[in-house]
Design a protein around this ligand. Sequence first.
Ligand SMILES: CCCCCCCC/C=C\CCCCCCCC(=O)N[C@@H](COP(=O)(O)O)[C@H](O)/C=C/CCCCCCCCCCCCC
Length: 207
Amino acid sequence: MAAAAAGAFSLREVLDAFRRCVTEQREVLLEPYLSGWRGLIRFLQSLGTVFSFISKDAVAKVTLLEGHCQRQRFVSLQSMVEQELAAGPAALRARPDSGCRTVLRLHRALRWLQLFLEGLRSGDPRTSVLCTDAYDASLAAHHPWVVRKAARLAFCALPSREAFLEVMNVGPPEEAVAMLGEAIPYIGDVYGITQELFERHKLLDLP
Ligand SMILES: CCCCCCCC/C=C\CCCCCCCC(=O)N[C@@H](COP(=O)(O)O)[C@H](O)/C=C/CCCCCCCCCCCCC
């Protein structure tokens, strides 16, 4: 039985989802994008209640996007941006539930993930420090003081590097590290395409 079907986290399945995201035309497909996020959230939920304020926010954002995809038949990030912008940039900026503003939050979190996985791969055993550094270089600037405080406190409860490598469910630590090396470029690719798309449409500061 696949690890995901059994409810366990599998880095392989997250990697596969992000690999499936990017088409030959460099479009980002939303179904595998959200599937990758669901896999990551499963992992976060397994870390315990101290992280539940983070996982609840991530679940809410993925659920909102799934609803948009079903109702508006969005297939790719590019089609979502195009359709939501059709009403004009001002109308889009006024919408608190738009797909674009919601993807932007996950997009910033994807940068956090990329930096954190690079840190794990580097061999540095200080997971809390790695996580805080990645957070400070990505999401922190977009969060109010109280969220930054709560997030940094939660990072102190992170498991050790060995535990992270084990929970990836890909075998011995050296294989887990190799898989990190495989996964990071796919995540970086999705991040880069999204960043360029949002930059081009001036959507990087959607309120
Ligand atoms: C083997 C290694 C695997 C690593 C797997 C990591 C799994 C991480 C899974 C999910 C990451 C969390 C994604 C959080 C999305 C946050 C989006 C956001 O910025 N939301 C804020 C703004 O939203 P709006 O109010 O504008 O709608 C919202 O205010 C946030 C609230 C919650 C706090 C978010 C803190 C984010 C910290 C990210 C690091 C997660 C640490 C996980 C440790 C493994």
